[in-house]
Design a protein around this ligand. Structure first.
Ligand code: DGY
Length: 326
């Protein structure tokens, strides 16, 4: 199927350079005031366009995707994770799904590394102290954190982002360990001097810092359950820039409160944008508002990927970033 000028609905405000290019290429409906679409608006969009460009804030579940009279043929998601889209239901409805992989890798890895350093070195706590006017001067025991060099970093999910984090952490002198669906090729493993753990449970019990880099799927929902969190050392730290649903947030909160974990750096939350109020009150956590990939360069590159996916599809070819059901 070819479409000369596909009709495209974009659910959120995108960088203006991306929107301008879309206006040149497509018959596009933009969302100038950035109000998130509710379920009815998503269905109405899917019933009136050729291509929907959603983001992770749009819940495209089986119920939405089995609505009658859908005209959309492509969901060109502006995002890497596709856990908000029931890809199998889309396929059943004859809709192709694409995402924007690769272009977020370095930015997301930077943010993970920032949290891996920030939490043990107490950066957010120190910043709050000085901004609140509570800094009364240096002393030998003031704001002591934990050294990075020599510590064991356990990466869960050694895909593109996990590997990019491993490379950064090597620069900080950390020892790299990982658990992943597949073991790395020996030459890549050697490059970052990584140790593979087939057993996640065993790895969790031995690490100083755990950083999560796997996608959220039915298989990884609460992968870090209460039982698994309890395997971690009491002086260990947890970093999550992937998806909140991978961690049992209540169990994590309880463990942090009871000092059975030293701290956590979280950029994502189980019930986003809600954050457990008990977490907000803690000094041992650094909390960020899902900004791991939020760079101007990254968002523009995501937009370019979306445009290429739409153009390729509209020209009758397989789009480069097609996502298949799990
Ligand atoms: C993604 O694309 O999955 C990111 O989480 C967005 O920042």
């Amino acid at each position: 199927m070819t479409l000369t000028k596909p009709s495209v609905v974009v659910t959120r405000k995108l960088p203006s350079v991306v929107e301008t290019r879309m206006m040149e290429l497509f018959d596009v409906r933009l969302n100038a005031d950035d109000t998130p679409f509710d379920r009815d608006a998503l269905v109405a969009a899917l019933q009136s366009c050729d291509v929907l460009v959603p983001t992770l804030t749009d819940n495209l579940d089986a119920d939405v995707l089995s609505s009658p009279g859908l005209t959309a043929k492509l969901i060109a998601s502006f995002g890497n994770g596709t856990d908000n889209i029931d890809v199998a239901a889309a396929q059943d409805a004859g809709i192709v799904v694409t995402n924007t992989p690769d272009v977020l890798t370095e930015d997301t890895a930077d943010m993970a590394m920032a949290l891996i350093v920030a939490v043990p070195r107490r950066l957010a706590e120190g910043a709050r102290m000085i901004q609140d006017g509570r800094f009364t001067g240096w002393s030998p025991t003031h704001m002591l954190g934990r050294r990075m060099s020599g510590k064991r970093l356990g990466i869960i999910g050694m895909g593109r982002i996990g590997l990019a984090v491993a490379k950064r952490a090597r620069g900080f002198g950390m020892a790299i360990h990982y658990h992943s669906r597949r073991q790395l090729m020996p030459e890549i493993e050697q490059e970052v001097e990584a140790t593979y753990w087939e057993s996640l449970d065993q790895m969790l019990a031995r690490m100083d810092v755990i950083s999560i880099h796997c996608p959220h799927t039915p298989a990884t929902f609460h992968l870090l359950s209460e039982r698994r969190l309890k395997l971690m050392k009491a002086d260990a730290y947890l970093v999550n820039v992937a998806r909140g649903e991978i961690v049992d947030e209540n169990a994590l909160t309880k463990m942090l409160q009871q000092r059975n974990l030293a701290g956590a750096g979280l950029d994502v939350f189980e019930h986003e944008p809600a954050v457990n109020p008990k977490l907000l009150a803690m000094d041992t956590v650094t909390l960020l508002p899902h900004m791991g990939s939020a760079t101007i360069e990254g968002r523009i590159a995501m937009g370019e990927k979306v445009i290429i996916n739409i153009k390729t599809f509209a020209d009758g070819h397989r789009p480069p970033d097609r996502v298949l059901p799990l």
